[in-house]
Write a protein that binds this ligand. Structure first.
Ligand code: FAD
Ligand code: NAP
Length: 420
């Protein structure tokens, strides 16, 4: 036993339930974790998926608003090895996407271990194994020991809630966009939507459609593009053009086309960043807004665009231009962040912001059996490409070793589980 783990860990090792996993541990049962599990299944590699929530795709099931649809055409959003049903529309609804994910998990016999939140994971140099500690909703602690660790906790694991002066004294309802479901409850109310990303725009639009009065805070610059140009998806057009043209030129063409479709967005208070939309996405990871109707509401004055916030006070917000608005509620559409640094004890592969240091397409494999899926800032299509690479990489080793009938032994496993 001494040579398996550091002596200092000995007591800790025996104080919790310890499970040897024959194959990789995948942390997260969102689209990325499911895609990786499905590809591993096809490679014949057993795995265990750990999920902090009580369901798969918890972001989609629990932390998104009702009117949400995929904003890219379906062919860019399906996961590997199982296409969307043919009768799905071009832009599937959130409900359809969840149904697809449920059937995906069923099809590939993926049964995550729910309510298991990974608290820490570290590589044990001595044994050459990963030690993954979880705590469940019943506060039971379990330690999983494995050779491969796949991080699939997502780019949007935690909500970003900025600390804005006076917000505690505001007195009205304050929620993050992840808690917002529909504008129904806000009828006739003055709502300040903080942020103008895809969430901020769509929440503002939804509020309008439910006869609320939204004011949307735009503190800096934003690229708004039409979702479609001449009936063709803007994203698809960009992908096509990128095959032939340099990025800077595609950016220029996109902006010209956006101008023809949407007009000059700057005249509505939506200043464009100096960098083009694709370059900004590639360098800063900032997604352009794909307009699905909010711009029309801004044009008609139904969504008021306001500058940054100075401070809140009781029932009021003061903006940086000195303007004061009376408001009933606040929706913080202020984005999300990765939570990897809070649990993964590693600093070579992942940077402090919770994303792999190496840019796409190199950020999927670290050292010592560590992998990352879904951190490409390229949505679901990026997750799929990571998943296939990871499964193939692990699958190659697995096949080689099982062919040689090499058996792995470990000095201590109280229980042995795997899904194969
Ligand atoms: C409102 C909204 C709309 C979006 N729409 C689109 C879209 O149309 N197209 C697109 O391509 N992308 C979209 N995205 C981006 C979205 O992040 C991806 O589509 C997709 O959900 C990423 O999948 P994932 O599995 O990487 O991450 P997630 O879906 O976030 O899944 C990660 C899972 O890991 C779990 N987890 C986190 N931490 C732990 C832990 N410590 N222990 C155990 N489990 C943990 C979470 O509970 C979660 O279930 C949208 C994002 C948001 C917020
Ligand atoms: N239908 C869809 O497919 C859909 C819908 C929603 C979201 N998404 C995806 O989900 C991800 C997250 O999107 P998101 O819109 O939630 O987040 P986001 O793109 O990160 O946008 C956050 C917004 O909040 C603003 N903000 C942050 N702190 C602020 C503060 N203190 N004061 C004022 N403004 C502040 C940011 O402004 P700055 O730019 O100035 O920082 C930005 O406008 C993206 O990948 C997005 O594409 C997709």
């Amino acid at each position: 036993m001494e040579n398996l783990f550091q002596l200092g860990d000995y007591e800790d090792f025996f104080s919790r339930r310890c499970i040897w996993v024959n194959g990789p541990v995948i942390v997260g049962a969102g689209p990325s974790g499911l895609a990786t599990a499905a590809c591993l299944r096809e490679e014949g590699v057993p795995f265990v998926v750990l999920e902090r929530a009580n369901c798969i795709a918890s972001l989609w099931q629990k932390r998104t608003y009702d009117r949400l649809k995929l904003h890219l055409p379906k062919q860019f959003c399906q996961l590997p090895k199982l296409p969307f049903p043919e009768d799905f529309p071009e832009y599937p609804t959130k409900r359809q996407f969840i149904e697809y994910l449920e059937s995906y998990a069923k099809h590939f016999e993926i049964n995550p271990k729910f309510n298991e939140c990974v608290q820490s994971a570290r590589y044990d140099e001595t044994s050459g194994l990963w030690r993954v500690k979880t705590v469940s909703s019943t506060r039971n602690e379990v330690e999983y020991i494995c050779r491969w660790l796949v991080v699939a906790t997502g780019e949007n694991a935690e909500c970003v809630t900025p600390d804005i002066q006076g917000l505690a004294d505001f007195g009205g309802q304050v929620m993050h966009a992840c808690e917002y479901k529909s504008g129904e409850k806000f009828k006739g109310k003055k709502v300040l939507v903080v942020g103008c990303g895809n969430s901020g725009m769509e929440v503002s639009l939804d509020l309008c459609n439910h006869n609320a009065n939204p004011a949307m805070v735009v503190r800096s610059a934003v690229h708004v593009l039409p979702r479609e140009i001449c009936g063709k998806s803007t994203f698809e057009l960009a992908v096509m053009m990128m095959k032939w043209l340099p990025l800077w030129l595609v950016d220029k063409l996109m902006l010209i086309m956006a101008w023809f479709v949407l007009g000059n967005t700057e005249s509505y208070g939506l200043k464009r960043p100096s960098m083009g939309p694709l370059q900004l996405k590639n360098t800063m990871g900032k997604t352009p807004v794909l307009d699905i109707g909010a711009l029309e509401k801004i044009r008609s004055g139904n969504i008021q665009v306001v500058p940054g916030i100075k401070r809140f006070s009781c029932g009021q917000v003061e903006l940086v231009n000195g303007q004061k608005l009376d408001i009933d509620s606040v929706v913080l559409a202020t984005g999300y962040r990765s939570n990897v640094p809070s649990w993964l004890q590693e600093s070579e592969f992942f940077s402090k912001n919770g994303f792999p240091k190496a840019p796409f397409p190199h950020g999927w494999r670290g050292k010592a059996g560590l992998y990352a899926v879904g951190f490409t800032k390229r949505g679901l299509s990026g997750a799929s490409s990571d998943a296939m690479r990871i499964a193939q990489d692990i699958g190659n080793v697995w096949k080689q070793e099982t062919k040689q009938k090499k058996t792995t032994t470990t000095a201590c496993h109280r229980r042995c589980i795997s899904q194969l």
